[in-house]
Write a protein that binds this ligand. Structure first.
Ligand code: BTN
Length: 242
């Protein structure tokens, strides 16, 4: 495995994207940093992680051969790889808060930021950024966040967890190329946080509404059963309140 370990960088996603432009890198090349000075999260948020405590890394995936319209599949493969790796360490009550926050019980333990580079209507490559809270135990101002150290009786070796995630991801890609996406969608949906439970959501205008999460469409939209109809939403259109 091509693994580049950095003491510090702004963001491993940024670093890897720059590196791809500069030279030939292997498929599944990994850049991991002890510290990110400008870690990035979903929706333009910051990903803050205490120096040296957690896993912050990015994986290069080349030759994906998935149409941009089907790019949500990448979220599925990556989310499942993390879930299965954490299950191997007996992390309890794992779920995926759509689209790809990994929770243990109600607390976020891992986040994913996938950046696709599209060329000729195909994903040329993807930079898959993953943050996992491993040894940090204080999360100031973040009441819904936790770490492996806070919930497990053992200390998890960061390198072992990273290797496991890469192995699972390779396995899931192979599975997809051989069998297609149908069973993977079902597996992803089986982990969906608050699936089949009435939940409250907030719209961009801050109004709230209720609905029941039933699944995720092939394009990655959240499928909600509402009072008198079924509707699909994208990430900008709602926020789950929990
Ligand atoms: C989120 O949940 O908002 C996504 C967080 C993704 C964080 C990881 S840490 C490694 C990689 N580099 C970044 O700048 N972000 C991702």
């Amino acid at each position: 495995m091509q693994l580049i370990k950095l003491n510090a960088t702004d963001s491993t996603n940024n670093y890897l994207k720059q590196l791809v432009l500069e030279g030939a890198l292997e498929d599944f090349c990994v850049v991991a940093a002890n510290h990110q000075t400008n870690g990035r999260g979903q929706r333009g948020s910051a990903w803050v992680s205490e120096k040296g405590k957690n896993l912050t890394f990015s994986i290069l995936k080349k030759g994906i051969a998935i149409k941009p319209s089907e790019q949500f599949l990448l979220n599925i493969l990556v989310s499942l790889s993390i879930i299965k790796s954490l299950e191997a360490f007996n992390v309890p009550k794992l779920s995926i808060k759509w689209p790809n926050d990994i929770l243990s019980d109600h607390y976020k333990i891992s986040g994913i930021l996938i950046e696709n580079v599209i060329k000729h209507q195909q994903i040329e490559y993807a930079v898959i950024g993953i943050g996992i809270n491993v040894n940090q135990v204080v999360f100031d101002g973040l009441p819904k966040v936790t770490s492996l150290k806070s919930i497990l009786p053992i200390t998890v070796d960061k390198d072992e967890l990273l290797t496991k995630i890469i192995d699972k991801l390779k396995m899931y890609f192979k599975f997809y190329y051989k069998n297609g996406s149908e069973s993977l969608n079902l597996e992803y949906e089986s982990y969906l946080f608050r699936k089949d439970k009435p939940s409250t959501f907030m719209s961009p205008d801050k109004s709230t509404f209720t609905g029941i999460i039933r699944g995720v469409s092939p394009s990655g939209k959240l499928e909600l059963q509402m009072e008198d109809s079924n509707k699909e939403f994208d990430l900008k259109e709602l926020k789950l309140l929990y």
